[in-house]
Design a protein around this ligand. Structure first.
Ligand code: PLP
Length: 379
């Protein structure tokens, strides 16, 4: 059986593979401290359950671009919360999560061999999504502080460059890009016809004021915003997200989705309406703030590692390069010895680090970090 070139080298996401190993250990009755979660440790918020409960009789196809009401509340949210008066319902396309949103965008803008600049460390799925659409991911290392390296990005631009992905707050680093670097990126776009794909999935889980690309001088006709409710409301399994972009691209995306995915699940769309009626407020943010502090305190007591408190999201990206550059082996060994599950930096094109998610119970977090300390001390 031969597969297409587009998927021939495709492998399952490394985080899923790690979780499978952790489950295997758990099934044998061995202790597991899973610090890989890419989703909040909450149930569906009650206000969403109550709202959607009244909609369960709805079973018909919706328009491919999404329920008009959802597009309207999403536009109102961008106008109100983000002060983007240009965003109208016609600028919104609803998708079954951010992942299909990204895949649909790449299908719409890439020809075979077109390049997409991906600043690293980068979320694991960007490369695969670009490649499945026939494109090529061009990795560009970020600065030491995990800000965009504008000189390196400038050098990476070629006639084939179609887009750059910006993800701020970032998975895995937790850092947000500075306004200065985003404005410099906007300057680069004056002479280059390049889309800025801004993955804003963590934009409601923030611990300080940050500048999203939409708040900078990046021209709106070159901006493609990805958002959704997986992180802000813990609706990962419901599969619901959306794209905010130019009307031109919105129309093309709608045509594509009408033949491929169809509409996002109607119940999940109602969940999105409920969330936006509540201004997409993450009710669990205070709990996350506390976990962010607990993590900083415990990691701060471990010798030989470096880290920065995240600006947003729920990950710490811990520098272990003084201990080893083979973070994959480090993560494998600590899983085998103590059952602590971490994602190695290699998964994000950044060896010498591990990603620790604090979206877990306090008990898992505290015991897991104590075991990291023990492991590093060689105990
Ligand atoms: N973008 C980033 C940066 C993510 O971390 C994730 C999930 O881990 C996604 C997109 C996917 O989100 P969704 O569940 O809406 O597909």
């Amino acid at each position: 059986m031969k597969f297409s070139n587009k998927v021939a080298s495709l492998q399952q996401s490394p985080t899923l593979a790690l979780n499978a190993k952790a489950k295997e250990r758990g099934a044998k009755g061995l202790p597991v401290f899973n610090l890989t979660a890419g989703e909040p440790d909450i149930e569906t918020p009650d206000f969403i359950v109550d709202y959607v409960a009244g909609k369960l009789k709805e079973n018909k196809y919706t328009p491919a671009a999404g329920l008009p009401q959802l597009r309207e509340v999403a536009a109102n949210y961008y106008q109100g919360h983000f002060k983007q008066t240009w965003v109208k319902p016609e600028n919104i396309v609803v998708t079954a999560g951010a992942k299909p949103a990204l895949t649909a965008i790449f299908m719409c803008i890439l020809n075979d061999g077109d390049e997409v600049i991906v600043p690293t460390p980068a979320w694991v799925s960007y490369k695969a999504e670009v490649e499945v659409a026939g494109g090529k991911a061009v990795f560009v290392k970020s600065t030491k502080d995990f800000d965009l390296d504008i000189n390196a990005i400038n050098k990476a631009i070629t006639p084939q460059t179609k887009a750059i992905i910006v993800n701020s707050p970032n998975n895995p680093t937790g850092a947000s890009y500075s306004k200065e670097s985003l404005d410099k990126l906007a300057e680069l776009l004056i002479d280059n016809d390049i889309y800025v794909i801004s993955d804003d999935i963590y934009s409601r889980l923030i611990y300080k004021d940050i500048h999203l690309p939409l708040n900078t001088s990046i021209p709106k006709d070159k901006l493609v915003i990805i958002n959704g409710f997986s992180k802000s409301q813990g609706l990962t399994g419901w599969r619901i997200g959306y794209i905010v972009t130019s009307r031109e691209l919105t129309k093309k995306l709608t045509s594509l989705l009408s033949h491929t995915n169809g509409n996002a699940p109607v119940t999940a769309q109602h969940a999105g309406i409920a969330a936006l009626n509540n201004n997409d407020e993450p009710e669990f943010i205070e709990d996350l703030k506390e976990k962010r502090e607990i993590t900083a305190k415990l990691l701060g007591g471990i010798k030989g590692i470096d880290f920065k408190k995240p600006d947003g999201g729920f990950y710490y990206f811990v520098d272990i390069s003084k201990i080893t550059t083979n973070s994959a082996l480090f993560c494998q060994d600590i899983l085998e010895k103590y059952g602590v599950v971490l994602v190695p930096g290699e998964a994000f094109e950044a060896p010498g680090y591990f990603r620790l998610s604090f979206a877990c119970s306090n008990h898992t977090l505290e015991d897991g970090i104590k075991l990291i300390d023990k492991f590093i001390k060689g105990e």
